[in-house]
Design a protein around this ligand. Structure first.
Ligand code: AMP
Length: 364
């Protein structure tokens, strides 16, 4: 559905970006290449995105005066993380277009609401149950079996706010481990592979997906992404259909990532949605060097009201791996490897589990 009042930005316009991490940094770099300016808003003085933009605001997300000024200085606002407070999004969207629309945040900030939304579209997820008390958890574990995974409904990422429920786990202790927060228990999915679809949806409703990506995690953190994913045509088509259906149902404008589990089912496979990320995503970083248009540019095009590209992959095979924690100290050895491109995020110091950069490798 075309939206006639949708603002179409001209080169020289300014994109407001909430969040100053590496995703904000790479969005701003893509915007700059298209002749657009960026203004990054982030509370953290050490934000990687601050290094590469014309304007920054370092203030809390609840600072109304700072938000007012920020909104006045930009033409459209987007975000690089899904935990933008609802009040902040509402305050800003009363002043400037916020894309993707803030209703998307209400769905994706809460694992329970997100899973219910996905299931209501007729799309499968891991089986789950709501957990507020140790008693709920004991009952849910009986229903869903052990092992299963307890996850807080809100603010979980890279394995934070999650714990495995094994045969001998005490429910009260497990709930304490996730801070006693409202949670869900998820049945353990014996997946064969994990894949993701990076989809872009324009304001005219057109959807363009990048090639389906295969992902490997370690300690709940994405380590490696590979394209093409080693999945059947049927799985590829189903994953792309699911991503499109979700994007349309959310009336989404911009790039979103859908993470999926591929499970063997007799002679074929089933695909279950693990998570939706309403933003550019680590598993799409390969597009920076592995395709004619990156996920970051595609997002900027969508929110600027410009035409989406039809990305063409470079090479028969692409790999992206993250430089996590101390791995950053090894970056120099990739500088001279043919087909490798090094991306460093400019973060001050490494910590265990912190994403410091990534390397893409394009193979002929
Ligand atoms: P999440 O933070 O929910 O994306 O989970 C991070 C990673 O943990 C996933 O990419 C999987 O590797 C693993 N995981 C999460 N949920 C499940 C599940 N229900 N069954 C099996 N593995 C899971």
């Amino acid at each position: 559905m075309a939206e006639p009042n949708f603002p179409v930005l001209k080169p020289g316009a300014t994109i407001g970006i909430l969040g100053g991490g590496q995703l904000g940094r790479m969005l701003a770099l893509a915007a700059a290449r298209l002749g657009l300016h960026s203004h990054v808003y982030c509370p953290d003085a050490e934000s990687p995105a601050f290094d590469v933009v014309r304007r920054i605001t370092q203030a809390d997300y609840g600072d109304k005066a700072a938000l007012e000024k920020f909104a006045a200085s930009v033409d459209v606002i987007t975000y690089e993380f899904e935990n933008v407070p609802a009040d902040t999004a509402a305050f800003l969207s009363a002043r400037k277009p916020v894309l993707p629309n803030p209703k998307v945040l209400a769905t994706t900030q809460d694992r329970l609401v997100e899973k219910q939304f996905i299931n209501a579209l007729g799309i499968a997820t891991a089986p789950f149950a709501e957990v507020n008390t140790a008693d709920d958890l004991a009952k849910a574990a009986e229903k869903l079996g052990r092992p299963s995974i307890l996850k807080t409904r809100r603010f979980g990422y890279d394995g934070k706010g999650q714990t495995k429920i094994s045969a001998d786990t005490d429910p009260a202790a497990a709930l304490r481990e996730v801070g006693g927060e409202p949670s869900i228990l998820e049945g353990f999915v014996p997946f064969e592979r994990e894949i993701s679809v990076i989809a872009a949806r324009g304001h005219d409703g057109r959807i363009v997906c990048f090639d389906v990506t295969e992902n490997e995690h370690g300690d709940h953190i994405l380590r490696v992404s590979k394209v093409p994913a080693a999945v059947t045509l049927q799985v590829t088509a189903e994953a792309i259909r699911i991503a499109g259906k979700i994007a349309t149902a959310l009336d989404y404008v911009g790039v979103l990532a859908v993470e999926l589990f591929v499970v063997r089912d007799g002679a074929g496979h089933r695909v279950l949605v693990n998570e939706i990320a309403p933003r550019v995503h680590n598993s799409g970083h390969w597009t920076l060097d592995g395709a004619t248009v990156s996920q970051f540019e595609q997002h900027i095009r969508a929110i600027a009201g410009w035409a989406l590209a039809e990305p063409v992959r470079h090479g028969s095979r692409i790999e992206m791996f993250n430089l996590i924690g101390a791995e950053i100290e090894d970056f120099a050895r990739w500088l001279t490897v043919p087909g490798a491109t090094v991306h460093l995020y400019g973060k001050a110091g490494w910590r265990h589990g912190r994403k410091m950069g990534h390397v893409t490798r394009v193979f002929d």
